[in-house]
Structures are given as structure tokens and as C-alpha cells.
Design a protein around this ligand. Structure first.
Ligand code: URA
Length: 435
């Protein structure tokens, strides 16, 4: 295969055929396409773009570069978020959808940039194995209805090398390549339906609504084009989604949600809204209204919590995590109040800066090889609209030591706008993009 010919044709704005794109993906996997060629191809795509049929062909070729899981029963569904701060939705939604009758093999990711990752959160649970082999994954999903795990080398292996090359050639920012990368990994789980949570706001990769709509449209069209029923909700990420940001702190918040101990209203709305779309796409609910009620019932009845508990135990975590979370989740040695510097109303957040402050505490990575301190982050974050007196708690900072707590507290205060009035809150769901 003369890869330089394919690169030249893309460079000159031609559409590549499915056979061309399969050849490129084969070359990525067997190494016959060199790093320079893959970098040049990526840049040609960034500059020239792809049409829908090319996007679908690239995505399906990448999906098929490894195993595509098959399931004895269905419907098989999942949710994917483009990443935010305090976004614990997956931890509650996957078991809730399983409790509603779906099969949910959820392939989750790690934190990216300033955003948190579901796998990093789950790794704060002692013993939880994020990388079971295919046979164990199949057994656990059959027993419990859901498993949230990481991508293995067997699933969409083309993406690993492709992403690494994009990362160092200035070619991450391409709707075509982002879409193929995200969906190839998700679709390798053998999904019938997928709901996408495309975050928008100052804590999201897409700060602007038009850009978020563009990404959602690309994902929805390619997902459907690849044979998976797909819908996207564009949701607000202009403040932390819930009251905690940091790995073990977010798991704690999710456990409190599942057990009904403390339920954040925004998190409830968004979790049920996303799940309602997935249940409807999967044919388990007549429409999103019915799906919403089914999920509410799964939470209120304790069925979602029970499913989560069984999943954790099956993956090697403690069997009594829901009952005895404090005995298992790691706790930071320093917990301090982040005091409001003036009286007023929390008018808004620089949400991205909060994510960066969590990384500064050690709760995220500066380098891919960094290990994470699961104990650290912020809890009890005051939502936008909260009225406070000077000195009241804006949040609690959980830190490994006093110095990092002090630095993070300053960063948090700087990230918070306190004014006389808060703007009316943005709607949680900003738009819905369907086929
Ligand atoms: N997440 C992915 O998995 N791939 C991308 O290209 C961007 C975000």
C-alpha cells in the first residue's frame, strides 16, 4: 500500500473510500504505516476534513481493528460524556440502566486535560479491577447487568497508536478524528444504543454552544451511520455538576446518591435525563418521560444501588462498600474550609480552573505516567446562587498536606465569582441532537 498516495489525495481534498480507510487502519495496527505518514495523514484530515461516509468508514474500521464484543441478551447500551468537573453520572447511571433491564458493558476512560475520568474515580475503591479479561467481563455483565471497566488492548487497538501520534502532532482538534476515536472504543463493546453527554460551558472542552452542537451532530450521525442508535444531549458545564470534584470524594457522593443519603437535584435531573434517552433508544421505554420515571424508580427502590454493589463486589471491591464506605474510601489527612472572601451570592465559577486545582492537589495527572492521589479534591462545593457571608464555606478542600491545601484554596477562591446577584442558572439540558 502506498500510504503517501492516500495522504496526497486527502491533502488535496479528495474523499477517501472505505477500502482506503481500512488500509490506513490496517497500516496503523501492523506498523506498516510509519509515524511520519500517520502524522501527515492526521494533519491532512485536520486541514481538509472528512465527509460523513468517510467518518463512518474510519470509525467502523477502527472499531473492527480489534475484538467487537457480542452479548447473549440485550439491549446493550452505554453513555459517554465528553468530560467535565464533578461528573459522577456514570457511577449511578450504569447500574440504574441495568436495573431497568439493559445490558451495560461500559468502557470508561481516564481523566483528560482538566476533566475527571470514571476509571480514576473507580480506582479509589480498594480491589476494584478496571481491566478484567473478556471472559470475566462477560460473566460479570451476565450476573449483574453492568460493568464499568477500561479499554483493553483487545478493543479498538488502532485508536491507541493513532491517538498517541495525534497528541504529539497538533492534530487532536479534529471533529472527524475525535468522533472516530470516541466512537470506535464505545462501539467495540457491541452496543445497540448510545447516549452522548456533550458538555458545554467553561468547564467543558467545548465552551461554546455552536461548537458543542457540531461535536454532538458529528457523533450522532456517525454513531447512527455505524448501526448504533445514538442521541446526544448537550448539557451545562458552567459549574461543577455536583458538590464534589476529586476521585474518592466523587465516589462518596455517588454512594450517597445511590443510597438516598444525599441527593443533588442537578445530578438527579441530568442522570435521569441521559438514561431516559438511552432506555428509549433501546426500546425499554416508550418515550423519555417513561424512561425518566423508570430510572427514578430504580434509584428510589434501591435497585440501582444493589446493582452497583454487586458490580463492585464482582470486580473485586468490598462487598459492603455501600454500607461501610468510610471503612474503604481513602481519606485526605488535611481538610480545610475554603472561606468566602466577601459576602454575597455565588454568581459563577471558572470551572476549568477548579479542575486544574484538583490536578494541582495531585488528584489528576500532569504527565501520562503520573499516579493519582485519590483522596484529594473539593467537597461541599456551594452551587451557583448560594448566598454566603464573608468567612462562610465555599467548599472544603481535601489535601495531602497544609501547603497544597492552602494553594488549592486560593485557586478555588479565584475561580469563584461572588456578586450581588447570580444570573439565572443555565438550563441543565441545552439542546438535544438526534438522527
Ligand atoms: N477522547 C477520545 O477518546 N479521543 C479523542 O480524540 C478526544 C477525546
Amino acid at each position: 500500500m502506498l500510504y503517501q498516495e492516500l495522504i496526497r489525495r486527502k491533502r488535496d481534498g479528495e474523499a477517501l473510500t472505505p477500502a482506503d480507510l481500512r488500509a490506513i487502519v490496517a497500516g496503523i495496527c501492523d506498523g506498516s504505516m510509519g509515524d511520519a505518514q500517520l502524522g501527515a495523514f492526521s494533519m491532512a484530515v485536520v486541514l481538509r476534513g472528512m465527509d460523513l461516509s468517510e467518518r463512518v468508514a474510519l470509525t467502523t474500521a477502527m472499531r473492527d481493528s480489534g475484538a467487537v464484543l457480542e452479548w447473549d441478551r440485550g439491549p446493550v447500551i452505554d453513555k459517554h460524556s465528553t468530560g467535565g468537573i464533578g461528573d459522577t453520572v456514570s457511577l449511578m447511571l450504569m447500574p440504574a440502566m441495568a436495573a431497568c433491564g439493559a445490558v451495560v458493558p461500559s468502557i470508561a476512560g481516564r481523566g483528560l486535560g482538566h476533566t475527571g475520568g470514571t476509571l480514576d474515580k473507580l480506582e479509589s475503591i480498594p480491589g476494584y479491577d478496571i481491566a478484567p479479561d473478556a471472559a470475566r467481563l462477560r460473566r460479570i455483565v451476565a450476573q449483574t447487568g453492568c460493568a464499568i471497566v477500561g479499554q483493553t488492548a483487545a478493543l479498538a487497538p488502532a485508536d491507541k497508536r493513532f491517538y498517541a501520534i495525534r497528541d504529539v502532532t497538533g492534530t487532536v482538534e479534529s471533529l472527524d478524528l475525535i468522533t472516530a476515536s470516541i466512537l470506535s472504543k464505545k462501539l467495540a463493546a457491541g452496543l445497540d444504543a448510545l447516549v452522548l453527554d456533550v458538555k458545554c460551558g467553561n468547564g467543558a472542552f467545548m465552551a461554546d454552544l455552536d461548537a458543542a452542537r457540531g461535536l454532538a451532530r458529528a457523533l450522532v450521525d456517525v454513531g447512527n451511520g455505524a448501526g448504533c442508535r445514538t442521541v446526544a444531549l448537550i448539557t451545562d458545564m458552567s459549574q461543577p455538576l455536583a458538590g464534589a470534584a476529586g476521585n474518592a470524594l466523587e465516589v462518596r457522593l455517588a454512594l450517597d446518591f445511590l443510597t438516598g443519603h444525599s441527593v443533588d437535584a442537578r445530578l438527579w435531573q441530568i442522570t435521569c435525563a441521559l438514561g431516559a434517552e438511552a432506555l428509549t433508544l433501546a426500546g425499554l421505554a416508550r418515550d423519555p418521560e417513561q424512561g425518566f420515571s423508570m430510572l427514578e424508580h430504580a434509584f428510589r427502590s434501591g435497585a440501582a444501588a444493589e446493582c452497583f454493589g454487586r458490580m463492585v463486589a464482582a470486580l473485586g471491591g468490598p462487598a459492603d462498600l455501600l454500607e461501610n464506605a468510610s471503612a474503604y474510601l481513602p481519606v485526605a489527612p488535611v481538610v480545610q474550609v475554603v472561606a468566602a472572601p466577601t459576602s454575597g451570592v455565588v454568581a459563577g465559577y471558572d470551572t476549568r480552573a477548579i479542575g486544574l486545582a484538583v490536578i494541582g492537589l495531585g488528584g489528576g495527572r500532569r504527565q501520562p505516567s503520573d499516579s493519582i492521589d485519590p483522596r484529594v479534591g473539593f467537597a461541599d462545593i456551594a452551587p451557583v446562587g448560594t448566598r454566603l457571608n464573608a468567612g462562610d464555606a465555599l467548599a472544603l478542600v481535601h489535601a495531602a498536606d497544609g501547603d497544597s491545601a492552602a494553594t488549592a484554596a486560593v485557586a478555588f477562591v479565584n475561580a469563584c465569582q461572588i456578586g450581588d446577584v447570580a444570573k439565572p442558572p443555565a438550563p441543565l439540558v441545552l439542546d438535544r441532537i438526534s438522527a
